[in-house]
Design a protein around this ligand. Structure first.
Ligand SMILES: [Zn+2]
Ligand SMILES: [Zn+2]
Length: 357
């Protein structure tokens, strides 16, 4: 394949200072693949990276951001036979070091060597270079073959969907016939609604503050929606569940009141899984969980090969990312993309960057 020597890439120079500059196209190492990036989604975590940073980031001026991308394999490292030139691929963020206790047990998103490139860990676009660029190198373990019926744009939501699946794994995985409350109708909540339905949840309730997003949640399978601005979420959940509460609460909002709501809406002995990051420390009455034998779980991102399983659900037509994708920009306009995403201009939800345009 024809690979240029130089490429355009979005580099973080300082907080709130992202520049589109020319960089060398990277060379894949022995276990790596060079991907021509066709689409890279903007995620709330990117905004965190740009505005306040994340632990173990590469130095300012060197760091190519972006972690939810997909593209075409254009070159493979010498040991790679899992992929070949021309393959369409979706990307997962985390590659564990493969040598720490957690990685050996399969929990690679909780790698004990997070950010230590010398030990083999990498989190694309977080602790090493990522996908707001025309080309990106990826370790083979962070790539999945992209089924023909899934577009590059749609596949950028797959890490988000994988996070929901990983959360459901963590709580035990079996939700057939359950009542599930999903808090927050953003990308993760809307994927979670669909996944809960695909896995056989009987009743899915979605709560949030924006009617347009709640409406979309209903179209994507939510049986009930609750706008917490004008309804009491606990009251409504108890009404829907005959006073029992939800068997499982999946918290995807990261809102200040969300953990307290989760506790109040959970069934005695039920489970709560937190899928979101919070902007700052929050408070909640944890005694509610203790007194009622509830269990609280968390996940960091998309472990357990859940990205591949999310792709399978998408290829089967059981979940879709299409209605979430509202805006696209070329790489040169990445900063406009960020603004559109943050300010939710034009109802923006999933904003996708096209580095080849
Ligand atoms: Zn993300
Ligand atoms: Zn590790």
């Amino acid at each position: 394949m024809d690979i240029p020597k130089k490429m355009k890439a979005a580099v973080l120079y300082d907080f709130n200072d992202v520049r589109i500059v020319e960089r060398d196209v990277p060379e894949p190492g022995p276990e790596e693949v060079l991907v021509r990036v066709e689409a890279c989604g903007i995620c709330g975590t990117d905004i965190k990276v740009v505005t306040q940073g994340m632990p173990k980031m590469p130095p300012m001026g060197d760091f190519i951001i972006g972690h939810e991308y997909s593209g075409v394999v254009v070159k493979t490292g010498e040991t790679v036979d899992e992929f070949k030139e021309g393959d369409r691929v979706a990307v997962e963020v985390h590659k564990g070091c493969g040598r720490c206790r957690n990685c050996l047990l399969g929990d690679y998103t909780a790698c004990l060597n997070y950010g230590d490139l010398s030990k083999g860990h990498r989190a694309n676009g977080l602790s090493c270079n990522g996908g707001f660029a025309q080309y990106a190198v990826n370790h083979v373990t962070t790539l999945y073959h992209l089924p023909d019926n899934i577009s590059f744009d749609e596949s950028t939501i797959i890490t988000t969907a994988g996070t929901s699946i990983f959360g459901i794994d963590k709580v035990g995985g079996y939700i057939v016939g359950d009542t599930v409350l999903v808090i927050g109708p953003g990308p993760i909540g809307l994927m979670t609604v669909q996944i809960a339905k695909a896995l056989g949840a009987e009743t899915v309730i979605l709560s949030g503050t924006r009617d347009s997003r709640l409406e979309l949640g209903k179209r994507l399978g939510a049986d009930y929606t609750i706008n917490v601005k004008n309804e009491d979420v606990k009251e409504r959940v108890m009404e829907i569940t005959g006073g029992l509460g939800a068997d499982l609460v999946l918290e995807g909002s990261g809102g200040d009141a969300a953990l307290q709501q989760s506790l109040e809406c959970c069934r005695k002995g039920g489970k709560i899984c937190i899928l979101a990051f919070y902007k700052h420390p929050i408070t909640a009455d944890i005694s509610i969980a203790v007194k009622n034998g509830m269990n609280i779980y968390t996940v960091r991102g998309e472990g357990n090969l859940s990205v591949g399983r999310a792709l399978s659900l998408m290829a089967q037509g059981k979940i879709t990312g299409k209605p979430l994708h509202t805006h696209s920009f070329p790489l040169d306009q990445l900063n406009s993309g960020f603004k559109t995403f943050v300010e939710r201009i034009g109802g923006a939800m999933k904003v996708v960057i096209h580095p080849q345009e």
